[in-house]
Design a protein around this ligand. Structure first.
Ligand code: T4K
Length: 375
């Protein structure tokens, strides 16, 4: 008889740094009397991020959504942009907020990222960019997408919201394409409460991206462009800065938990764990173990949704990231262009993302897996 957890086990919990260290940082902010607008903690954080990424071509924002909106605006993206329906709504919302038409195409069944052949088939004279998502931290097909972008003179932008800490060929995944957005939301493995980062190729964008973050201001009396307010506060910067040095131990713990899921689920009929195993098997990139997506299919005695409900009775709150597909949401249904999305639909209907966070223990993982194996 498997007992429910006494306290709710959520799909994620934020990593919290040492409280005393955060309190000391807050005391410094009190002393500075500087809360936002490029304060000293923000400046220190940016320097540390530049060292982490190995580039000065980055800008920090109050959240990932505004960061991505600013990337599209600052790069002058217009017309149609090809993107994925299997992502968080923010990806497509950022296009629409810039009056850009999203064109949704299908995904690869192994990585759940954009299918390059489907991307190429959807290009029209109005296409200006590809907005690809490293969903669950899985790198997109970087070479193929770059080849298509080069051949058709398109910008290549990555929504790397899930991919902080992922390296490819020894360098950050942020170095691929023209620009990448990392989300630093509390639900992410690395966070700044709320936050976002743009990493980009063209150094000239740095000034534009900074203007757009602060209403377009240059000094006190000049406004260069119609910007917005997307500045990160000192409290956010402090959180991000304190957690940055903990990243290796956060990722190591998540690797251990992922391996525990694999060991406990590998023989459960009807549960496909290829998306958990793939990052461990390959040699090409360093994964971050951001999510635990498992695919529930016919061999399992319950439907995905029934399992999701059943786990709630054990006090386990999984999520169906990313279901429904974006194209099925009220605001997009019937309003947007799309190709054949049969793979994306199948994936969205079968995926359950299981709990993973620093405070979770392998015993908890085994207990969750017993609940799943019980059918
Ligand atoms: N692109 C992609 C591909 C994204 O996934 C996202 C964000 C974005 C763009 C936009 O980036 P941001 O603008 O957010 O920086 C969450 C996050 O709010 C969102 O950031 C994230 N993707 C998305 C995948 O997940 P919800 O609506 O599922 O979050 P919520 O509030 O239901 O939280 C999930 C669980 O986390 C809760 O059940 C409990 C736990 N939790 C959450 C918070 C906020 C805590 O324990 N403590 C907390 O403080 O969207």
């Amino acid at each position: 008889m498997i007992r429910p957890f006494d306290k709710p086990v959520y799909v994620t919990r934020p990593y919290l740094p040492d409280l005393k260290a955060y309190q000391d940082g807050i005391a410094e902010i009190w002393k500075n009397q500087w809360l936002t607008n490029n304060g000293p903690v923000h400046q220190r954080y940016v320097k540390n991020l530049e060292a982490f990424f190995g580039t000065e071509n980055l800008c920090v924002y109050t959240n990932g959504t505004l960061a991505l909106q600013i990337a599209l605006q600052g790069m002058g993206i217009k017309g149609e942009v090809i993107t994925t329906p299997f992502t968080f709504v923010a990806t497509a919302h950022c296009l629409c907020w810039n009056n850009i038409a999203p064109v949704f195409v299908d995904i690869d069944p192994e990585t759940y990222t954009l299918d390059p052949a489907a991307v190429e088939a959807a290009i029209t004279p109005r296409t200006t960019a590809i907005l690809a998502v490293h969903v669950f931290g899985n790198p997109c097909n970087l070479d193929a997408l770059q080849r298509i972008a080069d051949k058709h003179h398109l910008a290549l932008i990555y929504d790397a919201a899930h991919a902080f800490g992922v390296d490819v060929g020894g360098k950050s995944i942020g170095f691929f394409g023209d620009c990448s957005m990392f989300s630093l939301h509390s639900t992410k493995l690395y966070h700044s409460i709320e936050g976002g980062i743009l990493v980009f190729r063209n150094p000239a964008l740095k000034q534009v991206f900074a203007y757009l973050r602060n209403f377009g201001f240059k000094g006190e009396t000049e406004v260069m462009m119609v910007g917005t307010n997307a500045k990160m506060t000192e409290m956010q910067a402090l959180m991000g800065d304190l957690i940055l040095s903990d990243l290796p131990k956060i990722i190591a713990k998540r690797k251990m938990l992922t391996e525990a899921y694999i060991a406990c689920l590998k023989d459960v009929p009807g549960i496909n764990i290829h998306a958990l195993e793939a990052p461990l098997r390959q040699q090409v990139y360093t994964p971050n173990f951001a999510y635990v997506p498992v695919d529930i299919h016919e061999g399992y005695p319950l439907s995905r949704d029934a399992l999701y409900e059943k786990l709630k009775t054990f006090n386990v709150y999984t999520r169906r990231y990313f279901y429904p597909l974006l194209t099925d949401f009220t605001c997009y249904r019937g309003q947007v262009a799309m190709g054949d999305l049969s793979v994306a639909k199948r994936v969205a209907d079968g995926i359950l993302t299981l709990p993973i966070y620093y405070g979770l223990e392998t015993d908890d993982v085994c207990r969750i897996c017993e609940m799943i194996a019980g059918g």
